[in-house]
Design a binder for this molecule. Structure first.
Ligand SMILES: Nc1ncnc2c1ncn2[C@@H]1O[C@H](COP(=O)(O)OP(=O)(O)OP(=O)(O)O)[C@@H](O)[C@H]1O
Length: 480
């Protein structure tokens, strides 16, 4: 049995706080239960959003010197990580977190220098023996993925060719992104990882990879077909856990998958948000968990400046958008809309004006979704219009502007602060700066935005729509 033993076990008392919040953590001995490996697979998934659309593209639009930006971020990151009030702050370095040296090699090769607060706090708890469940909350873009990926890579016995860690996520795009992180971090281990997303597993194939990354629909399907054996699963991870256990969302499938695992298994839940309505599900999925939680007032990331623009009516919104893009130099941006129809309308207008735009929604076929996402991630296209399908988790560091063309609301048309947080969190990743702009066009949308502002205790500042010189100045400053 090949085991990834930690380099060093120097773990502190973790009955501690994240951003001042108490955890019920216990003293950990940080003996990662790891063993080791690598390889992978590729393919497709499920969906979870509304309607179809098409993809309009050509390349041009706004440009920005990303290299300059990166440099600035690198310099600033060290300062931010030295600030005890920052979610990126840590007192230790990665070598003190009980990780195997082959994992440290992977981490350093990714350019990580110091852990973030959530990584520093969560990892020793996650790796301690006997394994204990974990509910981990930290602001968007603060490195939760590394925390659970390193746990999976540490826990797996690389001599056992059986699925041992199962990671469930709400979208195909997030599964693909997480696979990339697993491959990079596990580069110096013999790990093998496999997708469980739509079209990823051939008929008759039996999965024997160590780590499985997938969406609940496909995972359920594979379990039913006996293609995904669960006998050796020792770790189940839910990323965007509140979303995965939201009654209106994926909860049934996710709970059922857990129910298929008949033996003891460590449950690890991460998200930037854990609203009250999912509390019961979370407790039953991960009983007696170590918890790292944020206070309600700590949910937003300082680096993301939040604005709103008052539009006369819904028609005026498209004019304001168009004006915004003709005036501003934006790195990359994401425009969130409520329906596919709106996405189509905006796309055709902006395309006609010469902007290069792609859009992504749950009704597109998987190959198209992958193509759109890959182009946007590569930076070939600067503007992505989308519904909530990628509101969560997607990490594209060059995105410095998020537009809520429609204020996020839930299925009952009530303001949805969690979705708002996740949407704006597509910018301001790991200490970077970014801006979000909300469009309001009537009393209802204004009320919705104000309700979100109140619930999060954040400041959303007005940018005029009748003084473009001023608007330009404000946004330019925020976008730097
Ligand atoms: N210790 C670190 N040092 C430098 N960069 C890091 C570190 N940890 C993570 N990152 C980078 O920070 C970015 C955000 O990380 P990640 O996607 O894990 O955030 P998250 O907390 O999961 O966000 P979300 O809530 O949006 O899912 C990624 O680009 C990741 O590579």
């Amino acid at each position: 049995m090949r085991v990834l033993l930690p380099v060093e076990d120097d773990v502190e008392d973790l009955s501690t706080t994240l951003g001042g919040l108490s955890t019920n953590a216990e003293k950990s001995q940080a003996k990662p239960a790891s063993k080791e490996t690598l390889q992978d697979a590729k393919t497709e998934d499920d969906t979870k959003d509304d309607e179809p659309s098409d993809v309009n593209e050509n390349d041009a639009v706004e440009e920005e010197d990303i290299n300059d930006d990166e440099l600035e971020v690198e310099v600033k990151l060290a300062d931010i990580q030295a600030d005890p009030n920052s979610p990126l702050y840590s007192v230790k370095d990665f070598s003190k977190l009980g990780l195997h040296e082959n994992l440290l090699k992977g981490i350093y090769e990714m350019g990580f220098v110091k852990p973030s607060k959530i990584q520093e706090r969560a990892l020793p708890l996650l790796l301690a023996n006997p394994p204990r469940n974990m509910i981990g909350q930290s602001q968007s873009g603060t490195g939760k993925t590394a925390a659970f990926v390193l746990t999976m890579l540490s826990r797996v016995d690389y001599d056992l060719n059986m699925p041992q860690a199962l990671c469930l996520l709400p979208s195909r795009e997030l599964a693909r992104q997480t696979m990339e992180v697993v491959e990079k971090m596990g580069k110096y281990t013999p790990m093998r990882a496999k997708y469980a997303i739509k079209d990823s597993v051939k008929k008759g194939e039996k999965i024997d990879a160590h780590i499985i990354i997938g969406t609940p629909g496909t995972v359920t399907d594979l379990i039913r077909k006996r293609a995904l054996p669960l006998d050796s699963i020792k770790l189940i991870v839910l990323d965007e856990a509140d979303n995965m256990l939201d009654m209106q969302g994926l909860a049934d499938q996710t709970m059922r998958i857990k129910g298929f695992i008949k033996h003891e298994c460590q449950a690890v839940l991460f998200s930037a948000t854990f609203p009250d309505n999912v509390r019961a599900f979370i407790q039953s999925f991960a009983p007696k968990a170590n918890e790292i939680r944020l206070k309600a007032t700590e949910l937003t990331v300082d680096g993301i400046k939040q604005f709103y623009m008052n539009c006369r009516d819904s028609e005026h919104k498209i004019e304001v958008l168009s004006m915004l893009y003709s005036l501003m130099t934006v790195g990359q941006s994401i425009i969130f809309v409520r329906t596919r129809k709106t996405a189509e309308r905006i796309a055709s207008r902006m395309t006609a004006e010469g902007h290069a735009i792609v859009f992504l929604h749950g009704a597109q076929d998987v190959a198209e979704r992958d193509k759109v996402m890959d182009r946007f991630k590569r930076g070939d296209i600067k503007v992505l219009i989308t519904t909530n399908v990628i509101a969560r988790g997607i990490d594209i560091q060059q995105v410095n502007l998020v537009i809520n063309y429609d204020i996020p609301v839930d299925g009952d048309n009530r303001p949805d602060p969690e979705t708002y947080l996740h949407r704006i969190g597509r910018t301001g990743r790991f200490g970077r700066t970014g801006a979000s702009v909300n469009f309001v066009h009537d009393e209802v949308s204004l009320d919705q935005m104000e309700a979100i502002q109140e619930s999060l205790g954040c400041n959303i500042t007005m940018v005029p729509t009748d003084d473009w010189e001023k608007a330009h100045k404000i946004l330019k400053k925020a976008l730097k």
